[in-house]
Ligand binder design. Structure first.
Ligand code: BGC
Length: 757
């Protein structure tokens, strides 16, 4: 019976492999818990030796003497305080030499407890990647994990052991400048990205020399600041908080994030920093988070401005009670915690808990064994000059560019064009490409950044002439450069116009009420179009802008965000078709600020508006469309994709069961390309109103021209659940609509199924 025999062998082989895998997992788990127990013991033994002042010192974080995002207190005796064990961490210290010098002082303290060095490594250290919202547009989780991995490799080689990233705040208001730092408006996509970024920063395990601690911020709901004004209050229902704003934070916890940062905003009147519900009940309680929470810059002291604390004493009491473990820069802990303990307002056990959480991370990072572990000048040099990092930055930058318009298939451009006019205020600058949170590393100039001009020069052949004119500034109304720009446009086969925001126009404290393309840049476009030449517009920005003139009149548009140090090469790759654009918008782009906040997963309302022509007592604007200019999930390709054959494994699903969904995607165009296939679900009738659709899965697939692939999704109870009126996470029996789309609006296929008990 040879057949039976080989089947048996195969079966045995599989069993053996399974047993081995299980055994290895168990062994790893045992080793990890043994390591954790050993670390806990060490933490306890250090804690026993500490005075109250030394304990409070660990909860105190200072800025170095430059680079600040808030008011800086300059202490002349910082070194002395560190030597006395009164500081647990520093931020904004750059370069191994300087980090080493502070660490040397720390280990002169009585208990030789090393410092943690934190830094906003948001989209790269030296090698700069696209700003986070741009990377989110790639929907490429592996690429985002890789960019965080590389950022961590460079930062940790430069002495840093803690990044204040990822920012996982959901944001639905592009007036808020910090949309540039997150993953956009959607909870499902945002949670996947949060997970990938934490994994990327933290690598295999803390303690490896190429990892940094990640920090999920800003806990919580900071992205919902009223009116899009930074630092403003947030007022939201618990249901919205749990369903939309908290899941990316939970995903970060699931990925093993080491730290959290709380937030500047108050949530329903309670400042996040003094918010026990958020930090103790949810984060450390329900979610079992074992790391520590750092305040945002000065946010402990800012509770006095919020009007929830009379002075620093009350602010410190509120923050430590609520679960904020480390005080970034406000000095309220340093000045008041001893007294608060003496006054029996704060039990020492509360301080001990915070100290233990911080010491534990110092042990896990290996800083007690070697405080200079991350300060190796040789490794720093090698990591900061690794060509593989630039290559990865170029690839993800190309993946982040969104093709918004391509009339008459103007793009990709032919490589043998005779003359190209490259015009605009963003063509030649280097640093504008880096975006808001770039890091000015001392001793490193900007020459490694590939300007858009250089990128195009690198790409074109000897027979193509590249002409340049600046045309105008980013801001202001000076039109003097228009004539020169028009002149070179007339000589060209095609015009490429690079316009947008300055890199400090989106970011922290960069809220704007007018999010049009600034200055006279669109007027310049008007003049260039009057020449009759085709104009490709590159829009560089940190947020969704409003640009209706450009959208309606330009021949082609690429939304290039701020793409980082390889911007120029990546843009050229896309313009000439060496990379076929695949990105899709992670945020809705409004037609006008009057529509904000605007997001695809809204409720239907009792009087839904379905078209812009009918305003008769329904939920619409009388003077403005209800539809965004570009919807969530939108983005074109040089090729076209056809969706067919949507199949569900069953039409009735039992609650513990699952439905398998399959759909065939065909590349029907001339170019190889990637498509982001999006799966949306609508719960048609619920005990509370449910969104008109919610993203519940997606798949980014590569298809050669002419190729077809069938992809599969799985629908389970989790994907059908929501928070009901009692805030229970439930899936309610009933009918569901499942749609498959190329965007949240461009729905290609539709099916229904029923969830039964
Ligand atoms: C920001 C944080 C940042 C911190 C340190 C604050 O102003 O809100 O996101 O990590 O500064 O730079």
């Amino acid at each position: 019976m040879p057949f039976k025999h080989s089947f048996y062998n195969l079966f045995m082989k599989k069993m053996v492999i399974r047993i081995l895998v299980l055994f290895t997992v168990l062994l790893q788990f045992k080793m990890l818990t043994a390591q954790q127990r050993a670390i806990d013991k060490k933490v306890d033994s250090v804690l026993r030796l500490m005075t109250l002042e030394e304990k409070i010192g660990q909860l105190n974080q200072y800025n170095d003497d430059w680079r600040a995002t808030g008011p800086v207190t300059v202490d002349n005796d910082k070194a002395n305080q560190i030597r006395k064990g009164q500081v647990g961490s520093l931020l904004n210290v750059l370069g191994t030499e300087r980090i080493k010098s502070w660490q040397m002082i720390a280990i002169q303290s009585r208990l030789k407890i090393p410092l943690l060095f934190g830094q906003d490594v948001i989209h790269g250290y030296k090698t700069t990647f696209p700003i986070p919202i741009a990377e989110a547009a790639s929907w490429d989780l592996d690429a985002m994990e890789l960019s965080a991995r590389i950022a961590a490799t460079e930062a940790s080689a430069a002495g840093i052991n803690w990044t204040f990233a990822p920012m996982v705040d959901i944001a639905r208001d592009p007036r808020w400048g910090r949309v540039m730092e997150g993953a956009g408006e959607d909870t499902y996509l945002g949670s996947k990205i949060a997970f990938a970024r934490v994994k990327g920063f933290q690598g295999n395990k803390l303690g490896d020399t190429n990892t940094v601690m990640a920090c999920a911020k800003h806990f919580a709901a900071y992205g919902a600041a009223i009116g899009g004004r930074d630092y403003n209050s947030v007022d939201m229902s618990d249901r919205l908080l749990w369903e939309v704003y908290l899941p990316p934070f939970k995903a970060a916890v699931d990925a093993g994030v080491a730290t959290f940062m709380n937030a500047f905003n108050d949530l329903n009147g309670v400042p996040a920093t003094g918010n026990k519900y958020l930090q103790r009940d949810i984060l450390k309680g329900k979610w079992g988070f074992k790391g520590f929470v750092v305040s945002d810059w000065g946010s402990v002291g800012e509770m006095i401005n919020h009007g929830t604390a009379k002075n620093g004493y009350e602010a410190a009491l509120s923050a430590i009670t609520a679960g904020s473990d480390m005080d970034m820069e406000s000095r309220c802990y340093k000045k008041n915690l001893v007294q608060l303990v003496k006054d029996k307002k704060v039990p020492v056990t509360l301080i001990d808990d915070a100290v233990k959480r911080i010491l534990k991370k110092k042990f896990e990072l290996g800083l007690f064994d070697d405080p200079f572990k991350f300060c190796n000048t040789g490794r720093e040099q090698a990591a900061l000059n690794n060509p593989a990092h630039a290559k990865a930055a170029r690839e993800i930058a190309a993946k982040s560019i969104v093709l918004l318009k391509n009339s008459n298939n103007l793009l990709p451009l032919a490589k043998n064009l005779k003359t190209i006019a490259f015009i605009g205020p963003l063509v030649k600058p280097l640093k504008q490409n880096k975006g808001f949170w770039d890091i000015d590393i001392p001793g490193i100039d900007s020459n490694f950044i590939v300007s858009q001009w250089k990128g195009l020069q690198n790409k074109i052949g000897a027979n193509t002439t590249l002409l340049y004119a600046k045309g105008c500034d980013i801001e202001g109304n000076n039109r003097e450069g228009f004539a020169e720009a028009v002149e070179i446009a007339k000589q060209a086969d095609v015009v490429i116009l690079s316009i947008g925001e300055r890199r400090d126009m989106s970011g922290e404290a960069k809220s704007r009420s007018n999010i049009n393309i600034p200055g006279v840049q669109e007027d310049l476009l008007k003049e260039l179009l009057a020449t009759g030449k085709p104009v490709v517009v590159l829009i560089n920005a940190g947020r969704p802008l409003v640009f209706n003139y450009t959208a309606d009149n330009a021949s082609a548009i690429l939304y290039t965000w701020w793409l980082g140090s390889e911007a120029g090469n990546a843009i050229a790759d896309v313009l000439f078709g060496d990379y076929n654009p695949s990105a899709k918008l992670p945020m809705s782009f409004p037609l006008s600020v009057g529509q904000i906040p605007i997001y695809y997963s809204h409720f239907n309302t009792g009087r839904p508006a379905t078209s812009d022509d009918k305003h008769h007592y329904n939920s619409s604007y009388n003077d403005l469309s209800i539809f965004p200019k570009y919807e969530f999930g939108y983005g074109l390709s040089y090729t076209s994709f056809h969706y067919s054959n949507l199949q569900l494994s069953k039409k009735k699903m039992k609650i513990q069961d699952q439905v398998e969904v399959s759909v065939t995607i065909s590349n029907t165009g001339k170019y190889d390309g990637e498509e982001i296939v999006q799966l949306y679900i609508r719960d048609k009738v619920g005990s509370i109103a449910r969104p008109v659709k919610e993203l519940k899965d997606f798949s980014k697939i590569k298809l050669n021209a002419g190729e077809s692939k069938t992809i599969k999704f799985v629908i389970n109870k989790e994907k059908l659940s929501f928070y009901n009126q009692q805030l229970q996470w439930v899936a309610e029996p009933g009918d569901f609509e499942l749609t498959i789309g190329a965007s949240s609006k461009d729905i290609r296929l539709k099916e229904e199924f029923e969830l039964v008990k």
